[in-house]
Every structure is written in C-alpha cells, then in structure tokens.
Write a protein that binds this ligand. Sequence first.
Ligand code: ZN
Length: 89
Amino acid sequence: MSARPGETITCRQFVELATDYLEGRLAPAERERFEDHLALCPGCQAYMDQMEATLRALGHIPEESLSPSARDELLDVFREWRTADRLIE
Ligand SMILES: [Zn+2]
C-alpha cells in the first residue's frame, strides 16, 4: 500500500470515528478507511491504544474524552509527535 494517512481519512476524522469504531457502529466502507489510516499513522495508533486501554478499564468511553477540546488537545499532541519523528516508535 502506498497511501499516506491524508489519502484515507484525516486524523481529525479518525478521532471523530474512533468511538463508533470501537463500538462497532461504522459502516464497512468507513471501517476500511479507518483501518487504512490506523495502519499508516503512528499518532492515531497511539490514540487507539489509549482508547482501547480506557475501554478495557472502564467498559465504555467516558464522555469527556469525546469533547471537542479533548480532541483538539490530542491533535496538537499528534502534530508535536510528527515534528519530533525520533520519538515515534
Ligand atoms: Zn492519524
């Protein structure tokens, strides 16, 4: 696969779809684009790790993790990771 993250969905769309994905509410085509992005984007892989850990610990995704400000904070973190490539492993 030669696609880059921006050619599937954006990180912002990914974060917005993450809860629906974990709860099995995405349509097959949406889920495919979501998984394509996940495979290509270290920032979103880390985000999904956090979401899955939260889901396992609490049994659900807490409302506050879905707020626009929480999303914006996460997306800022992603941008910082991208500018510091060596920190992504
Ligand atoms: Zn991403």
